[in-house]
Ligand binder design. Structure first.
Ligand code: NAD
Length: 324
């Protein structure tokens, strides 16, 4: 099959493209290299079935051309990462909403299937743990730009489902929970690569807030596997699916585990949210997916153990730091 992947030079995108090329598919990537990089796809550029264009997902003529050329579009391009969202809210809203609209609109004429990457952030401050796809969502005030990311992604979901109902575009929505693994960058506030880099360099590991907030970390390879199985499942069309591990860990414990795996004696330093972000920053205490719907649809759920995931990230960061 021929896949069009927006954001293909990013973290999840580059793992997805690698998997597709390995299994014999053809891939066209569109990426503006804002948070992604050519390094992420350097191992693919000489492959005959791999093509890439540097450009923007909001460039409608270009997106239309590439959607038409492919059998399936996977839309991953987005403004990602809490720090980026707090610092550049206009860019976040415009990229996430207009990019998705451009992809969906391009798919109408030939009714091409589209997979939309959403996020566990859409559950907002909900405390109904574990999060089920059909549960209510509770977002914070519009005066707090942190919620712009969640809201833009929720709007993407509504838009996608509306395009399916009104215009017949087959869509699948993947709500990714914290997805981690090699090649994820710590530059935009991603917690695991940041901890790994700090531990390996002997710096203090900085835990925001009390460290009691917990998350579930899934391996990017599991996320890619789930996404591709959904694409092959006709019953998945029109569905919204949580994609993530349900192994929960507090951020403080995560810092300790990273330190152990890295063999580091870095101290752990607690940093108030006000110091890390702007005053009034809000975070969720827990974020746990209910994996039942995904499991029922494809017979699979992300389950690589956390320690193995941390080892993978630490090994990757160790070899990356040795190169710089
Ligand atoms: N990694 C996670 O934990 C996670 C969790 C939830 C949701 N997601 C979603 O998964 C998708 C991929 O995220 P990721 O973690 O790989 O992040 P990433 O930043 O590595 O990937 C995003 C890619 O999109 C590209 N991009 C951004 N704006 C673009 C534009 N206007 N036009 C073209 N390309 C553009 C970036 O350069 C980058 O390569 C995103 O939609 C994100 O919201 C990721």
């Amino acid at each position: 099959m021929k896949f069009f992947v927006t954001g293909g030079a990013g973290f999840i995108g580059s793992h997805l493209c690698t998997r597709l090329i390995e299994r014999g598919d053809e891939v066209i990537v569109l990426d503006d290299l804002s948070t992604g990089s050519m390094d992420n796809i350097a191992h693919l550029t000489s492959r005959e079935r791999f093509h890439y264009r540097v450009g923007c997902a909001t460039d409608r003529p270009l997106v239309k051309e590439l959607v038409d050329r492919a059998d399936v579009t996977i839309h991953l391009a987005a403004a990602v990462g809490v720090r980026l969202i707090v610092e550049r809210p206009v860019h976040t809203i415009e990229t996430n909403v207009q990019g998705t609209e451009s992809v969906l609109d391009a798919a109408v004429a030939k009714q091409k299937p589209v997979v939309i990457a959403s996020t566990s952030e859409v559950y907002g401050k909900s405390t109904q743990i574990p999060f089920r796809e059909d549960a209510d969502i509770t977002l914070g005030s519009t005066m707090n730009s942190r919620w712009a990311y969640a809201c833009s992604k929720a709007l993407d979901e509504w838009l996608a489902l509306a395009y399916q109902r009104e215009k017949g575009v087959p869509v699948i929505i993947c709500r990714f929970f914290n997805t981690v693994g090699p090649r994820q960058t710590g530059r935009y506030g991603m917690v695991l690569p940041t901890f790994a880099q700090q531990a390996l360099q002997g710096e203090a590991i900085t835990v925001f807030g009390t460290g009691e907030q917990s998350r579930c970390f899934g391996h990017v390879k599991d996320a890619v596997e789930a996404l591709l199985r959904l694409v092959e499942t006709p019953e998945a069309v029109g569905g919204v699916f949580n994609i993530g591990s349900d192994e929960e860990v507090s951020i403080l414990r995560l810092a300790e585990m990273v330190r152990e795996v890295a063999g580091s004696d870095s101290p752990i330093r607690m940093v108030p949210y006000e110091e890390a972000y702007a005053e009034g920053f809000e975070d969720m205490l827990r974020r746990v997916p209910d994996p039942a719907k995904l499991l029922g649809a494809i017979g699979f759920k992300p389950s690589t153990p956390l320690e193995a995931i941390i080892r993978d990230v630490v090994d990757y960061e160790r070899s990356r730091l040795a190169r710089v």
